[in-house]
Each structure stands twice: as structure tokens, then as C-alpha cells.
Design a protein around this ligand. Structure first.
Ligand SMILES: [Zn+2]
Length: 254
């Protein structure tokens, strides 16, 4: 049986609500990722991870429905200097996601997972999470594939500085999911990360080092094997979180 929300009829949706099914909403964006990756990179990773988690939930006997991926979102102006960034401003994006979640909760869903696959969305989606709590007293969850797979990624990555945008991690993921979309002849390491100081984190990395090509990382380290390992790990770890969330009933403060 399909695990896509949009492929259910209204009776099947009603059944899913009765089972307290988990809703998974993959959220990517479309923005430039240099000359070697497609602009939909984040959305491709979001869709793939959502699909894998949908399959994993089905196999584990956890009722779950996967929504269609969000393909457009917010990108900071610094990446919009390059073509390929149809942009949604922060407040419109938050209202859009809030409206989707708000209506799902009004339908009767109580367990909603936002699969966050784009760095600029992190605080926006967690703000939506808090607004939903205030309105409905329903606690939704945010998960990030790279966060879920961080142990595997840190063990296997070759770039000592890691990846911010279009480097080893993202390129490896697309080499695994859709290798035909990667132009390996366009790899460049001119924007390899050089700013690995204590400021990375407290200050936006985009402000710590000037990007020449719209990248922030080194794709020359990327391999399909790393992409496969990281995405598999994200599914295994993500399933643990979704299972715990599905089984958790006690209301608690976050
Ligand atoms: Zn990206």
C-alpha cells in the first residue's frame, strides 16, 4: 500500500487519523549549488529521505504517511547572487508551513515530523513547531538527515573541515541518489572551508569566508559510497526517533 498522504482517499486518511499515524513532511528548497550540482539538491535529499523513512516505518509496523516534498523555501541573499534561487521570504515560508501543519492537526493528526533538509530553515521550522504547540498543545518534531547521520558522516568524511553547501556531504548524497545530475567535470575546491574556528556556529559561516563560486565546501572529496552510507544511517537513526515519538503519549514541556 502507498505511504504517500496524497495517494490516499478521504476514507483512508480518516483511517490513518484513527491509527494516530505519523505524518512526515520533507522540506527542501531550490537554490544554486554551484556548477556541479542541481539547484534542487536539498529537495532531492528531502524527498529521498522522506521516501526511505516512509518505507522503514511501513516495514517496522509504524503507521506513517509521507507528504509531497516542499521544493521552495528561503535562501539568504548571499546565495541569491547566483541564478537558481526562486525565493520565499522567511515569514511567508513560515506561514505556509504553519498552515499545512495547522490543518493537519485540525484533521486530527497529532504526530507530525518536519524533515528539515536546508540550513536556512532550521530556526524557521522550530519556530513553527513552537507556534503549533501554543495554538494546539500538539508537539510536532523536526529532524535533519545530516544531524541523524552525523556519527557516520564524521567517521567517513575525507574533508577535515566538513561541508556547508555543495561540498563533500551534499555532492556525495546526489552521487548516490541521482548521479546523472552531478557534473563532476565542474568540481572546484576554491571554496573549501578555511574558517573552522570557534566562530563557526555562533556566526553564520557565510560571513566568515567569502565564497567565489556560491559553494562552501570541497566537492572533490565526494563519493557515492559516502552518500549511500550517510543516507542509510539517516534512515536507521530517523526511524528510532519516529518510533519513540509515535510511542510517546505523555504530554511534556519542550
Ligand atoms: Zn544544500
Amino acid at each position: 500500500m502507498s505511504f504517500y498522504y496524497g495517494e490516499q482517499n478521504t476514507n483512508q486518511i480518516a483511517e490513518a487519523i484513527k491509527k494516530n499515524s505519523v505524518i512526515i513532511l520533507p522540506i527542501g528548497t531550490t537554490e544554486e549549488h554551484g556548477a556541479h550540482l542541481p539547484t534542487e539538491t536539498d529537495a532531492i535529499i528531502a524527498k529521498y529521505t522522506g521516501d526511505q523513512l516512509g518505507k522503514a516505518c511501513q516495514e517496522a509496523g509504524i503507521p506513517a504517511l509521507v507528504m509531497r516534498t516542499i521544493y521552495y523555501g528561503f535562501s539568504m541573499g548571499i546565495v541569491r547572487k547566483w541564478p537558481g534561487c526562486p525565493n520565499i521570504d522567511t515569514r511567508t515560508f513560515m506561514d505556509y508551513i504553519f498552515n499545512i501543519v495547522d490543518s493537519l492537526v485540525k484533521e486530527g493528526f497529532r504526530k507530525i515530523v518536519l524533515l528539515d533538509c536546508h540550513g536556512n530553515h532550521d530556526c524557521l521550522l522550530r519556530t513553527v513547531m513552537r507556534e503549533i504547540v501554543d495554538k494546539h498543545n500538539v508537539y510536532i518534531m523536526t529532524l535533519k538527515p545530516l544531524g541523524l547521520a552525523s556519527k557516520t558522516y564524521n567517521e567517513l568524511k575525507k574533508d577535515p573541515e566538513g561541508d556547508i553547501h555543495g561540498g563533500e556531504y551534499e555532492t556525495s548524497c546526489i552521487l548516490h541518489i541521482a548521479p546523472e545530475l552531478v557534473d563532476t567535470s565542474a568540481y572546484t575546491n576554491v571554496d573549501a572551508i578555511r574558517c573552522n574556528t570557534i566562530l563557526r556556529g555562533p556566526v553564520s559561516t557565510w560571513g566568515l569566508q567569502e565564497t567565489k563560486t556560491g559553494l562552501f565546501g570541497d566537492p572533490t572529496y565526494a563519493t557515492a559510497e559516502l552518500g549511500k552510507a550517510v543516507l542509510e544511517s539517516a534512515t536507521v537513526e530517523g526511524l528510532k526517533y519516529i518510533k519513540a515519538y509515535y510511542e510517546h503519549n505523555e504530554q511534556s514541556e519542550v
